[in-house]
Design a protein around this ligand. Structure first.
Ligand SMILES: [Zn+2]
Length: 416
């Protein structure tokens, strides 16, 4: 069986023929010459219609999927067409590649699929190619996907931010969190009003007005955009973020008190207590549970803050927004009397966002905020897997690629 027979079976295109396969002069690559079928007319790459040939350019090499340790290239001299519609000489369109890239579409799809499983660097190493070519491949596949995806009706969205570039920069991520469809819809630079508005520009006002639920954290610019763009939607403050804020406050109390105790020369009972206090009690090991119980006997600010935090967890057991509201008010009152400033700050913020928090119960807990948290964790894994992505563009592509559930370009064959 010859190579050309195989190619004709899996990678055949109307109007072109494989004329010859040979080794390159250094023996490392297989080169396959391609020529136009006799009598076939070239297609204008601008208007995508056939036109008459004008001249031919020098031969180009299109990289194809490697085979048994050999690089594989398709060799083809592009024709230029004299297009009466475009009124100029234009390079023809070829079905196996796009205008500017040196990789064939089949190879780009192949690399991009691997780049979803491995890091881009590992993908480049595994196939003896460069990081830039992997980037090109992912960009090609993602651009196609964004151009061909159907947004349909979006009932629920979650918006969240993520830090990158050693924590100095932020991205805004918008997810669809409908029951049954969860995917990343949009990636924006920064976490400003303008960046989140970018999402609404993309989906349009009509689609925005149909969104029934929005889930977010307490970041003011997001809250503002949601009030503006989705005024009819039920806006829910994300449970995960509330808990995270609470933990941050508790940690601040602990760190401050621990420092004070050590400067006053007291026994460092708070030393190594950080995770004991931040983890849910049911997630502690037996030995840690003993240590925690021991710690709770002391009359410390940290302990009082811890107990307030633990008491707050009851909120999530309520079903009725009215009773949840009563609980929240009572808890806030108690905290405001506590004289623990970081916790009081939380209580004030709870009061300020009371209605948004209670919307969680009004939505009958339908939206598990865990969905947003889960997606954001996946986004962080994508970022970590792709160290070396310092630019916004790389991250944007990688995130859409792994979380966007985008449609892929059609292929003539499954190359695995
Ligand atoms: Zn044309």
């Amino acid at each position: 069986m010859e190579l050309i027979t195989i190619l004709n079976r899996c990678h055949r295109f109307h109007g072109f023929v494989y004329s010859q396969a040979r080794f390159s002069s250094d023996g490392r690559s297989i080169e396959i010459a391609v020529r136009p079928r006799k009598g076939s007319r070239p297609v204008c790459s601008r208007c995508h219609l056939p036109a008459s040939g004008y001249d031919r350019l020098t031969e180009r090499r299109f990289e194809f999927i490697p085979l048994w340790g050999y690089f594989v290239f398709l060799l083809y001299a592009m024709r230029r067409v004299d297009c009466p519609r475009c009124e100029t000489a234009v390079v023809e369109e070829v079905p196996w590649g796009d205008g500017k890239r040196t990789l064939t579409r089949a190879y780009m799809l192949f690399l991009a699929r691997w780049a979803r499983r491995l890091s881009w660097k590992e993908t480049a190493e595994a196939f003896h190619t460069s990081w830039d070519k992997v980037f090109d491949a992912v960009e090609h596949v993602v651009t196609f996907g964004l151009g061909h995806r159907t947004l349909g009706q979006v009932d629920a969205i979650g918006v969240d931010e993520i830090q990158y570039s050693k924590g100095h920069k932020y991205l805004t991520l918008v997810y669809q969190i409908d029951l049954g469809v969860t995917r990343l819809l949009w990636v924006g630079k920064e976490r400003t009003i303008e960046s989140f508005q970018g999402f609404f520009t993309v989906i349009g006002d009509e689609a925005a007005s149909k969104i029934a639920f929005v889930c977010s954290d307490m970041w003011e610019p997001y809250l503002k955009v949601i009030r503006e763009k989705c005024s009819d939607a039920l806006h829910i403050l994300d449970r995960f973020h509330i808990v995270a804020k609470m933990n941050k406050a508790l940690d601040e109390v602990r760190a401050g008190e621990s420092r004070r105790m050590s400067s006053e020369g007291r026994i460092p009972i708070l030393k190594k207590s950080r995770w004991l206090l931040l983890k849910r009690e049911e997630n502690l090991k037996t030995e840690q549970r003993f240590r925690l119980r021991d710690l709770l006997r002391y009359n410390l600010k940290t302990v009082r803050a811890y107990l307030l935090k633990e008491a707050f967890q009851q909120l999530w057991d309520y079903n009725s927004p009215i009773w949840a509201g009563k609980f929240l008010d009572e808890w806030s009152r108690q905290v405001m009397r506590s004289r623990i400033e970081p916790m009081k700050r939380i209580a004030r913020s709870m009061r300020e966002h009371r209605e948004l928090i209670l919307n969680y119960f009004r939505a009958q807990k339908l939206l598990s905020s865990g969905v947003v948290e889960g997606l954001n964790n996946k986004a962080k894994v994508t970022m970590r897997k792709s160290y070396g992505f310092r630019t916004f563009r790389c991250l944007e592509l990688a995130l859409y690629h792994s979380l966007g559930k985008l449609p892929e370009p059609r292929s003539t064959h499954e190359f695995f």
